[in-house]
Design a protein around this ligand. Sequence first.
Ligand SMILES: C[S@@+](CC[C@H](N)C(=O)[O-])C[C@H]1O[C@@H](n2cnc3c(N)ncnc32)[C@H](O)[C@@H]1O
Length: 213
Amino acid sequence: MSEPWSARAAAYVESDAHREGADLDLLVAWAEGASTALDVATGGGHVARRLRDAGLEVVTCDPAPGMGPDVICHAEHLPFADTSFDVVACRTAAHHFADVRAAVREMARVAGDRVLIVDTVHMGDDVERAEVLRDPSHVRNYTDAEWRELVLGAGLGLDDVRFLEHTFDATAWLARTGCEGDEAERVVALLGGRIADGRVTLDKIAIRAVRGA
Ligand SMILES: C[S@@+](CC[C@H](N)C(=O)[O-])C[C@H]1O[C@@H](n2cnc3c(N)ncnc32)[C@H](O)[C@@H]1O
């Protein structure tokens, strides 16, 4: 198995950092009025679970078979027809995509009405180094300006952009990717004041983008 995610599936289902968060509540609120949704890079399936609880019919996709998605695919090549889903949601995953521009274009193509994106936002070079050390599959956290350009470049309109702080258990966060020993110490040092009392706080951006704006 060449991708690292399938082996980590149980940890991402259980993860406090993924199971909970004000961003999940925001995604549900932003999906209001929709009937169908695609959860891109579903991981432990937390977005899908919350949208289903809210009454939406949800299809999940992810390239890692172990995550148990409905459809196995990369965000850069979504095997769905144009405008297949009212809502396309993608949470805490775009920083792993090899080609985020292609992924946002694909999400815009298959969305009938809106694209909802949540991701860790760029917090500087030290945090980027910490992220890659902790998880070599990390590609990049994008800045607010980069996100706006990606979304507008995909032909979507920006309807709402919010910033949230996300705080979660530091030990579990390191353990999920098998980061330990000297490497874990370097990650903690690079994060500086973002780790306190055994908890990490990272900044997130949440974007509500719409078609035809
Ligand atoms: C942190 S987990 C996802 C978290 C999940 N969306 C949630 O809200 O809990 C990241 C996921 O991105 C997936 N992934 C990695 N590269 C991808 C790509 N190019 N396209 C789609 N998904 C990808 C991984 O398989 C993994 O399941």
